[in-house]
Design a protein around this ligand. Structure first.
Ligand code: ZN
Length: 173
């Protein structure tokens, strides 16, 4: 069974007004796991929260036959123009879901070990949920295909540091 992870609350918490005293550090988010961390990083990257903060992230999924078998992440949503229509204003998106493929990231450990590309992919999918289409601009996170780490945002690289410490701390156990 695919695991369901609701990240809306955590993601929204990162965007408390600047006057709020609460502060959630990347280290603490890292403890919640790579899915929560990547989604929060993505929303920081875009400086926006899609779908009113209600995003379902599904992991460990088979790639639908309608997609290229090398697809590692995809989004589904409803909109004022129907299902999965990026022509519709992103403010009308509901039932927003990010799906992540089993073949690429079957476990949280796989996501952590492949953090830069995982974070890049989640940032890309969050971009779609904000209404962004694919871009052929060099280095864009909205490139349709990633072949290396050239497109990884700096914020992803920085956020990976707490995860790296976790991984290092676990070695030998
Ligand atoms: Zn895409």
């Amino acid at each position: 069974m695919p695991r369901l992870v609701i990240v809306g609350f955590i993601a929204a918490a990162l965007f408390l007004p600047a006057t709020a005293s609460a502060h959630i550090s990347l280290d603490r988010l890292a403890l919640r796991g790579p899915v929560v961390l990547a989604t929060s990083v993505a929303e920081s990257y875009w400086k926006a929260v899609p779908c009113g903060g209600q995003i379902t992230v599904r992991t460990d999924l088979p790639v639908p036959t309608s997609l290229e078998p090398t697809t590692d992440g995809w989004v589904t949503f409803n909109s004022s123009l129907g299902e999965n229509d990026l022509e519709a204003p992103a403010s009308t998106y509901t039932q927003c879901t990010i799906s992540l493929a089993r073949w690429q990231w079957p476990t949280a450990k796989a996501m952590i070990n492949d953090w830069n590309m995982f974070c890049l992919t989640v940032t890309h999918e969050v971009g779609h949920l904000l209404g962004h289409k694919h871009s052929l601009v060099a280095g864009s996170v909205m490139a349709p295909v990633f072949t290396n780490e050239a497109n990884v945002p700096q914020i992803c690289r920085a956020a990976g540091a707490p995860l790296g410490r976790r991984v290092a701390g676990r070695r030998g156990h």
